[in-house]
Design a protein around this ligand. Structure first.
Ligand code: ZN
Length: 208
């Protein structure tokens, strides 16, 4: 019976096995190499080197991908921290200069959306937020990533200027990052609640 490659990868028996790299028969027991904690038996030094090289390339790629994703999540966390403290200059400092900002349909800032570039985002988004709100932060309930995108789910939480009305509304943000910098922002928003809150604030109410 001819042993399969799977048998040889799993260590096989002491009988003849097949080198998983070059398919030759291993008659002298071969050489064992560890690949990600799993031992693989190959025919000799040459095939052992091939396995080690291939594994190190895969491992490096994996580490780079993990590093990039960790960076993307931490960048967006820092963006929300800066936004919550009202430091919009610092928020802009995280963004790629080509950033495109898409406000949710029917949101108060949809009138000039999309905002392209940092000047447009500063004057169209952050200056108007600063003018309208005493305080506004994103209370993130969940944040995860998909490829080069980071998705944040939660609520806006804040207060309107000159009003006791709480600016609370459910929100979802999808960030696209390139080289650790946000390059695209898409907002989804409970615009009905925002409109109700804004109306209450404008009429001097304190609904909440
Ligand atoms: Zn071999």
């Amino acid at each position: 019976m001819r042993p399969t490659v799977a048998n040889s990868i799993l260590g096989g028996s002491m009988a003849t096995t097949i080198c998983p790299v070059c398919d030759c028969e291993i008659t002298d027991g071969g050489i064992e190499v560890a690949v990600g904690g799993n031992p693989i038996t190959v025919c000799g030094e040459e095939c052992a080197e091939k396995v080690k090289t291939a594994y190190s390339i895969v491992a490096k790629r994996k580490t780079a991908a993990e590093q990039a994703s960790k960076n993307n999540l931490s960048v967006i966390r820092e963006v929300y921290a800066a936004f919550g403290s009202g430091d919009y200059a610092r928020v802009l400092g995280y963004f790629d200069s080509r950033l495109e900002w898409f406000a949710a349909d029917n949101s108060p800032l949809a009138d000039r959306s999309p905002y392209r570039g940092l000047d447009a985002v500063k004057t169209g988004v952050f200056d108007r937020i600063a003018a309208g709100f005493e305080r506004l932060e994103v209370s993130v309930a969940e944040m995860f990533e998909a490829g080069n995108k980071v998705v944040a789910l939660g609520y806006y939480d804040g207060t309107y200027r000159g009003s006791s009305v709480t600016a609370k509304a459910q929100v979802a943000h999808i960030w696209t990052l390139a080289n650790g910098r946000p390059i695209r922002f898409q907002q989804y928003l409970d615009t009905l609640r925002v409109a109700e809150n804004a109306k209450a604030a404008a009429s001097g109410g304190g609904r909440n």
